[in-house]
Design a protein around this ligand. Structure first.
Ligand SMILES: C[S@@+](CC[C@H](N)C(=O)[O-])C[C@H]1O[C@@H](n2cnc3c(N)ncnc32)[C@H](O)[C@@H]1O
Length: 226
């Protein structure tokens, strides 16, 4: 006899279902990146793939807190085609808003389609190196969480600049650090240590997690602005 799978809320708006992680689909019937859809007790959920999304990989690796609630305002740097931010869109729901910043016009094209079906997503084609470039979009919005996944040599500098510009003190931030964008050689442990030391200028670090096997040579850092 097959065991009945149980849906359990593990963080606000995030559910475990057997060994899967699911979010409730804000746009029922629509997939974003080919993920599986599950109808459970009359509600549709989307499978969140840890090999496609570093935030899901971090959860699988034991991230102790996901500072995203229903109705939250998120600034997401490096939104790309929208894989991870689509799950954030599910979690924050209709009363939240997630600004997705990306410098690539190619990925933004696909993200724009997603923003048409998900009204809580705002696309911003801009370079996150210059946070003042999108000040007009964020005016009057208090950011609850800064999230960054940008593979640039100066990724920690970009993150700090944006926090200083838009993240109120004591609010949470998550950064996915890609070691090999910072340096193509050397021990990744040292690269991560140096990056964390740089972050400590502006943040209190609460947790850092190596994302293997989901993403090699990446670390997710959960921190809070001082
Ligand atoms: C690894 S992908 C992000 C994947 C995405 N976070 C997800 O999980 O769905 C990194 C993205 O950062 C963007 N990027 C790189 N440099 C940037 C910059 N200076 N400003 C804004 N976006 C940038 C790239 O265009 C790319 O789409």
């Amino acid at each position: 006899m097959q065991a009945q799978l149980k849906l359990q809320e593990i963080f606000p708006g995030i559910y475990s279902y057997g060994n899967r992680i699911l979010t409730r689909n804000l746009a029922p019937g629509k997939k974003v990146y080919g993920e599986g859809l599950f109808s459970i007790s009359g509600t549709e959920y989307r499978n969140w793939d840890p090999f496609r999304s570093k935030l899901c990989g971090a959860m699988k690796k034991g991230l102790k807190k996901i500072p995203i609630n229903s109705g939250a305002n998120i600034l997401y740097l490096g939104s790309a085609e929208g894989t991870t931010i689509s799950h954030i869109s599910d979690i924050i729901g209709e009363n939240g808003i997630a600004f997705g910043v990306d410098v690539s016009a190619r990925v933004m094209k696909k993200f724009l389609y997603l923003c048409e079906t998900r009204k809580n997503l705002v696309p911003i084609l801009a370079d996150a190196n210059s946070p003042e470039g999108y000040a007009e979009y964020l005016e009057g919005t208090k950011i609850d969480l800064l999230y960054q996944d940008i593979s640039q040599k100066n990724q920690t500098e970009i993150f700090i600049k944006n926090a200083v510009a838009y993240l109120p003190r004591n609010n949470y931030a998550l950064i996915a650090i890609k070691a090999r964008s910072i340096s193509s050689e050397g021990d990744t442990k040292i690269i991560f240590e140096n990056a964390r030391r740089e972050l400590e200028r502006e943040f209190e670090i609460e947790q850092s997690l190596n994302l293997a096997p989901f993403d090699r040579e990446h670390e997710m850092v959960l921190c809070r602005r001082k």
